[in-house]
Structures are given as C-alpha cells and as structure tokens.
Design a protein around this ligand. Structure first.
Ligand code: ADP
Length: 517
C-alpha cells in the first residue's frame, strides 16, 4: 500500500494545475497574462510561458471589440459558465474554446483580475457547422423542388389561358375572364417570389427604430377589412411600447403572416361565423419564462408581440416542423409553407426569438420577443409611397433583351406622358441613341443581357451622350456590382418584378435630379 502523500499542499495544487488538460490562466483586465499552465500554451500554440506572456489577451481575440464585449459581460455577470469564444492561435488558425471564467473584484466592484479554465472544442464546433451546412443544403433542395412545383402550376395556368385568349380574341367575355385568371396567377407568382426574397436576403433592409404599435394598427386595419366578418379581432397594446431596431416592412410581414395563419386556424375550426384572434403587445423582460440567451440584445428588455387564436391548434406530431420552409398542412393554392419560415428568419435577423404554445383543438399563441431599444428612442416613420409626377414628353430609351419587358415599360411610361423608344440589345440601343442625337433624356437599362451587358451599354451610351441619365432595371444585382458600378455612378435600381410606381418614381426622380456631367 502506498504511504501517505507527503508532498506539500502548494506543490500538490501546482501539480494539478500543471497536469490539467484544460488551459488554465489568470489575467489582468488589460489582458496581461499573469499565470498559465502548459495546456494553455498547447491550445493557443505558444512554445513557452515567456512567449505567451508577451502576448496580451486582446491580440488573441478576433477583434478588440470582441475582447471588450467579453470584459463587459464578465463585469456584469461576475462569472461566465460554459462561455464559448473563438480565439486566434499564434499561427493564425482559429480555435473554438469553451471556458469557465471567474472574476475577482476590488472593494469598488471593479474587475481586478480573472481566472479561466478553457478547453479546445474546435472539433465539435466544426462538426456542428458541417451539420448545419448539410441541413441548409437539404432545405435548399426541398425549397427548390417546392418552388419549381408552384411556379410550374402558375406557368401552366398562364400559358393555357394565353392560348385560349388567342383562340377567342373576339369574345369580350372570354377575353376578360382569361385575362383575369392570368393576372391572378401572375400575382400569385409575384407573391411567391416576394416571399422567397424576404426569406433569402431582404428580410432586414433597414436598421432604424421601429414602432411596433403602429405596425399592429396597420395589420389590424388590414385584417379587419379582409378577414371574414364573423371572426372577432381584438387589439390590446399595454402602454407606450419601447422602440425595436430593425425594418418596419419586415416586421409588418411577421405580424401579417401570423395573423393570416390565425385566421386560417380559426376558420378551419369555426367556419367563417365564429372564432377570435387577439393581437397583443407589451414591454417585458426576458428571464422570467424566456431564456435571456435567446434574446440577442445588449440587455434583457424586450417588446413582446402575441398573436392568440382559438382555432384548430397544432398537434405535437407537426409542432417540430411548422417553421420548415414548404411545410404546410393546407391545400395547394391555400398555403405555400413559407409563412412561418419567413417569420422565423425575420425574427432571428432582428436578434429576437419566437415561441409557440398550442392546445390541439383549442387554439395557439405565437409569441415574438424582440430586443428593445433604450426607452425614449423615437421611432422613425416609414416612408409612404406617393405617386410620382407625370412625364412632360421626355424621350426615354428602354433597353431590355425581353421584348415583353419593353412592351410593359413602354405602356407604363407612355400612359404617364413620356415618349418611348425600345432597343433589344446594347448595340441596338447605341444605334437608337445616335439616330435621335440630343433627344434621349434617360435610358432604362436591363443589367443582365447577352453580348453587351447593361454596364457596357451604359458606358457606350455615355461616351456618345455624356448628359444622358440612366436607371437600372434588374431581377438580380450581384453584390460586387452594387458596390462598384452602381454606387460609383450613383444609379437608381428598380428590382424586377417591379410595381408601376417603382418604375415611374425611379424615372421621375432621376430626370429631376441635378444634371450629370
Ligand atoms: P402555410 O400557412 O402556407 O401553410 P406556414 O409556414 O405559415 O405556411 O405554416 C405552416 C403550418 O403551420 C400550417 O400549414 C399549419 O399547419 C401550421 N400553423 C401555423 N400557424 C398556425 C395556427 N395559428 N394554428 C394552427 N396551425 C398553424
């Protein structure tokens, strides 16, 4: 039997410290390393304690702000348990550590130094990232086939009725009916693509103080107009709400999607003659029944929006899937399955969270929590679309390889008092400009065209007519083009599919802007 351990106590602690597989260290708030063990050196790639002591902690963080944020959190929470942090090793590679950090504070409550125990969790983190990536690819696959299916249905209707139109051009009743169906289908297509866009990227276009109670007023007004009269709709806003930071239109979309789902659930249970929906909002604090970890704001105050219905409720079997893109229990044409995934993306982009409570057969409550701004921040009023002033006979050149786009733009601009000529390619546009020398005031340019593209065409036209103004019209604008060509030339961009107002405003505003050199 081994005899009693006679090693002195300090020595035994030192051995623990030296042999530990977690990187242990003590540091001052300015990042000076006071003490560390061999595992600390291994995790961060140092070859000796002396070389580790030459490097202050902020240099190991991805940015000085990241270190400051860590210190601020430690100062307020006093100790951090299972804190995840990305660090940069001496050789420049990244390491993902998980650490417990304990702060020591002086009598005035200021951080004096801190001890930390960290382990290298890079492998698990990488596997997790790969899993996310593969799940993302999987949902993109589901999405792509869903979109293809829906768009094919829409195109089928459009093509079928367009053929019918050509067969019966002299029957006014049929012409009216077929064109109305075509219009309805195209609107569904536009709605689908708008939802996809908000899903993909433009879900947070602005970053300004937003007044949630105003959004509630707008959505309640719209629902009162369009929901069946038998569905009771109630609005309850407790007191003045704090502003939240983000995009008015995106948050409007969140509330509208939740309200439309509530309507569907209520109608599915009670028909159009009963049921109720309550839309509520209040200032609250995360931490009581919602984990503060879920809210990404600087503190725990948040604005909560609740949409409660007494509809059919959500069964436990589908609860996990309702936020998946293209998951729907509704009939084709009734639901796309994109509503809640759009809601989820927008809420996450606003650093908020969404929770669902539901009793199958008894109704559901969707709770959206968004981090609040400091009390008293005044919300920005969203811009209201106004119809632009009409044209004054200015000659506009439309350049697009799609003939139907030229036809549409010509029609819209003509109606508003502009004169219009069209060109199907860059070289044709150059010829058109030369034949009407000095007359063309503005070119509406498609960006993506075979052969000479929009940017090249723009240069050719400007070389001949330096005072010519231009508007870009495109379904897709690569990021690098936005940051170079478009911003350098200070051009307005109209995104396809565009509303008549969007095109007309861009044209009018560009023509009215100061002359270009
Ligand atoms: P969609 O409404 O087009 O089906 P969503 O993504 O908005 O797509 O919703 C997905 C599914 O979640 C719905 O088909 C429905 O089964 C369920 N769901 C969403 N909101 C509610 C609600 N308030 N009550 C009951 N079921 C709901």
């Amino acid at each position: 039997m081994p005899g009693p351990d006679t090693t002195p106590r300090d020595e035994r602690y030192r051995e623990f410290f030296e042999d530990d597989i977690t990187g242990d260290f003590v540091a001052a708030p300015d990042g000076t390393l006071l003490e560390c063990n061999p595992a600390y050196l291994t995790i961060l790639g140092f070859d000796s304690i002396a070389s580790a002591q030459k490097v202050k902690l902020p240099a190991l963080y991805p940015s000085p702000e990241a270190y400051r944020a860590f210190l601020a959190r430690l100062q307020s929470e006093r100790k951090l348990i299972y804190h995840e942090q990305e660090l940069i090793r001496v050789d420049g590679t990244r390491v993902h550590v998980v650490e417990n950090v304990i702060g020591r504070f002086d009598e005035s409550g200021e951080l004096a130094h801190f001890k930390a125990y960290m382990f290298d969790d890079t492998r698990r983190k990488r596997l997790e990232d790969q899993l996310h990536q593969s799940q993302k690819m999987e949902s993109i696959g589901t999405m792509a086939s869903g979109i293809a299916h829906d768009f094919n249905n829409i195109l089928n209707t459009v093509l079928g009725f367009a053929a019918q139109l050509q067969k019966h051009p002299y029957d006014p009743d049929k012409v009216l009916r077929y064109s109305q169906t075509i219009e309805k289908s195209a609107l569904r297509g536009a709605e689908l693509s708008a939802r996809l866009l908000s899903f993909a990227r433009v879900s947070r276009r602005e970053d300004v103080p937003v007044d949630v109670s105003r959004i509630i007023d707008e959505v309640v007004a719209l629902c009162a107009e369009s929901f069946p009269r038998g569905v009771a709709l109630e609005r309850r806003v407790d007191g003045p709400l704090d502003s939240v930071k983000g995009d008015h239109a995106a948050l409007y979309q969140v509330l509208l999607n939740l309200s439309v789902n509530a309507r569907d659930a209520v109608v599915a249970r009670h028909g159009t003659a009963g049921g109720s929906i309550v839309i509520q909002a209040r200032n609250t604090t995360a931490g009581d029944d919602v984990s503060p970890e879920l809210i990404g704001g600087p503190d725990l105050r948040c604005v909560e929006i609740r949409v409660t219905d007494n509809g059919i409720g959500i069964g436990p079997d589908i609860r996990e899937r309702i936020f998946d893109p293209f998951f729907t229990t509704k009939d084709r044409g009734q639901g796309t399955g994109l509503g809640l995934s759009v809601v989820y993306t927008i809420v996450r982009n606003h650093r908020g969270t969404i929770l669902v409570e539901s009793t199958p057969g008894g109704g559901s409550t969707f709770r959206v929590l968004l981090p609040a701004m400091a009390p008293g921040v005044v919300p920005r009023t969203p811009r209201i679309a106004r119809l632009p002033a009409p044209g004054r006979g200015e000659l506009v050149l439309i350049v697009d390889d799609e003939e139907s786009m030229i036809d549409l733009a010509t029609e819209l601009l003509h109606e508003q008092g502009y004169r219009v000529i069209g060109a199907r390619s860059g070289p044709e546009a150059v010829r058109a400009l030369e034949s009407r020398a000095g007359e063309v005031r503005l070119a509406v340019l498609d960006l993506v065209m075979p052969g000479m593209d929009g940017e090249q065409t723009y240069r050719e036209l400007k070389a001949r007519e330096p005072s010519l103004k231009a508007v870009l019209c495109t379904g897709y604008l690569p990021g690098e083009m936005r940051s170079t060509f478009v911003s350098r030339e200070n051009l307005r961009v109209v995104h396809k599919p565009f509303t008549p107002e969007a095109l007309l405003s861009a044209v009018r505003e560009t023509l009215d802007s100061p002359p270009v050199a």
